[in-house]
Design a binder for this molecule. Structure first.
Ligand code: THU
Length: 122
């Protein structure tokens, strides 16, 4: 999944921040979907890699996400922003979501519950 996130980060459209990000989600049906960030001259319309990947999963009929890997060549341990944490929360599997990021000596796995405690949602 991290390799897929790395691959798709190369398609990032990020001329303003110059901060490419790629994400890869794994669903309860064991399908994976990727996404990269894409920015806009109005800045506020930027879509993060995580939400792009989640949107592709939803469009394919998926509703439960088990894990997400996130990668940026610009930053180790690139965890999701607050908005993306809330979006992930909407589609978490019954066992939650593992959030996989790269660190210097390998991978680090957080849970969404760790990164978004006491969350609001159904
Ligand atoms: N970004 C993501 O795609 N995911 C993250 O987890 C952090 C931030 C994007 C948004 C924007 O295009 C650029 O990275 C800089 O914030």
């Amino acid at each position: 999944m991290l390799e897929a996130a790395k691959r798709v980060s190369k398609n990032s459209y990020s001329p303003y921040s110059k901060f490419p990000v790629g994400a890869c989600v794994l669903t309860e049906n064991d399908n994976i979907y990727t996404g990269c960030n894409f920015e806009n001259s109005s800045l506020g319309l930027t879509i993060c890699a995580e939400r792009n990947a989640v949107g592709s999963a939803i469009a394919d009929g998926e509703r439960k996400i088990k894990a997400i890997a996130i990668y940026s060549p610009n930053m180790q341990k690139c965890t999701p922003c607050g908005a993306c944490r809330q979006v992930l929360n909407e589609f978490k599997s019954d066992k939650g979501i593992d959030i996989i990021v790269e660190v210097s000596d390998g991978l680090l796995v957080y849970t969404l519950d760790e990164l978004l405690p006491e969350s609001f949602g159904l």
